[in-house]
Design a protein around this ligand. Structure first.
Ligand SMILES: Nc1ncnc2c1ncn2[C@@H]1O[C@H](COP(=O)(O)OP(=O)(O)OP(=O)(O)O)[C@@H](O)[C@H]1O
Ligand SMILES: [Mg+2]
Length: 360
């Protein structure tokens, strides 16, 4: 078969492969370039923005398999990855420039929401996505403590400057009030501070804004959903039966405000004794996976009990402990599953037929 024909067939095959970020077929986005075809061997370049860097090689693998399956005569495909810049559009009246805003929530206190929110944000950032972390627990902010961050945010040109963990911007009520100071909030103040965190903070341009939600009641969830279109919620639960019931409550709360559930994470699902290597499922295991199946939402993975995670984050060293590959691995898996779930949400959007955003 002449090469020209193969080029046409390769282009045609891109029609049925979506860009994860826009949901548009790759044949229309100009993200695949520099085709070289020799004797059934194909080389090309695929450009993705930082938003999908966490699963870039996985997307390249899928594209390779797709081309081999759809174009007769292609025996091997080699894809080089590039990064393209694609700006984040400001969200509604808030003006926040983020491609996805994700609430990390649970129906219950103490299941590890803050630990997971902070670890997911740090891991997404490390995997190449521009990420910010907002602590929406204005009653009991714990993010500054977990990350060992202090200092008062400055105001520059009318914008609150977030405190940075490495390069990642972080905003929390903990930076505005003294340590151990109790806050008594009334409804309007709560709404006001969440609005300020989103609208008046110099977040810069983000792929992901991860929001650590307070335990229990839905008033913060409601406020958030009034201010911006949340991309979705990640529900954290522990394996105990009662915690799973609480997870259902949390899901119902988001569903009421039409916020999609991006998935469930099972936290504290087992403990491996470092001495014997034996694993003990202290609170049980697998409940969240079956709960996710039952509710037809993605299961994003399990995070075992890791003593260092607790002891180090108590000392403000969560970012350091995540440098340990063994501790970081479950969070990487969760982040990859989360970005896959977001790609699925995007692909399912009714606006997918809309014109293409401008490629930078
Ligand atoms: N996988 C884990 N392994 C070990 N310790 C953990 C793990 N996940 C969370 N923890 C510990 O459990 C405690 C509660 O976690 P965290 O503060 O993140 O929960 P939370 O759901 O945000 O709580 P709250 O409802 O009070 O906001 C902390 O001491 C934390 O270090
Ligand atoms: Mg918390």
């Amino acid at each position: 078969m002449p090469d020209l024909d193969i080029h046409q067939q390769l282009q045609n095959a891109l029609e049925s492969f979506r860009d994860p970020e826009t949901g548009r077929p790759l044949s229309k986005t100009g993200q695949v370039t520099d085709w070289v075809v020799t004797d059934g061997h194909v080389r090309c370049r695929l450009a993705l923005s930082s938003m999908f860097q966490p699963i870039a090689s996985e997307i390249a693998d899928r594209l390779r398999d797709h081309l081999i399956a759809h174009v007769p005569g292609v025996s091997s495909v080699e894809i080089s990855l590039d990064t393209l810049y694609r700006p984040a559009a400001p969200m509604g009246q808030i003006g926040l420039k983020a491609k996805a805003v994700i609430a990390v929530a649970a129906g219950k206190g103490g299941v590890g929401k803050s630990t997971l929110a902070a670890s997911i944000a740090l891991t997404l950032e490390r995997l190449g996505a521009k990420t910010g972390l907002m602590d929406a627990d204005v009653y009991g902010p714990s993010v500054p403590h977990l990350l060992g961050l202090e200092g008062r945010p400055e105001i520059v040109d009318g914008k609150i400057q977030p405190i940075r963990c490495g390069s990642m911007p972080v905003m929390s009520m903990g930076f505005l009030i003294g340590r151990d100071q109790a806050v008594v909030w009334r409804g309007p103040m709560l709404h006001g501070s969440i609005t300020q965190f989103l609208r008046d903070t110099a977040w810069g341009e983000l792929d992901y804004l991860i929001i650590d939600m307070p335990p229990g009641t839905g008033d913060v969830a409601l406020t958030l959903s009034q201010l911006l279109p949340l991309t979705g919620a990640v529900i954290v639960c522990t394996p105990q039966e009662v915690a799973l019931l609480d997870a259902s409550k949390a899901m119902a709360m988001f569903e009421k405000t039409k916020v999609p559930i991006l998935g469930i994470v099972e936290n504290m699902c087992g403990f491996t004794d470092p001495e014997s290597g034996k694993t003990f499922d202290i609170f049980g295991r697998g409940g969240a996976r079956s709960k996710a199946e039952e509710a037809s939402v993605p299961f994003l993975g399990e995070v075992p009990i890791q003593i260092a995670l607790r002891s180090e984050s108590d000392e403000g060293r969560l970012a350091d402990v995540l440098q340990n590959p063994r501790i970081a691995k479950p969070f990487e898996d969760v982040c990859r599953a989360l970005t896959r779930s977001i790609a699925d949400q995007i692909a399912a959007r009714p606006s997918i037929g809309a014109p293409l955003p401008v490629l930078g």
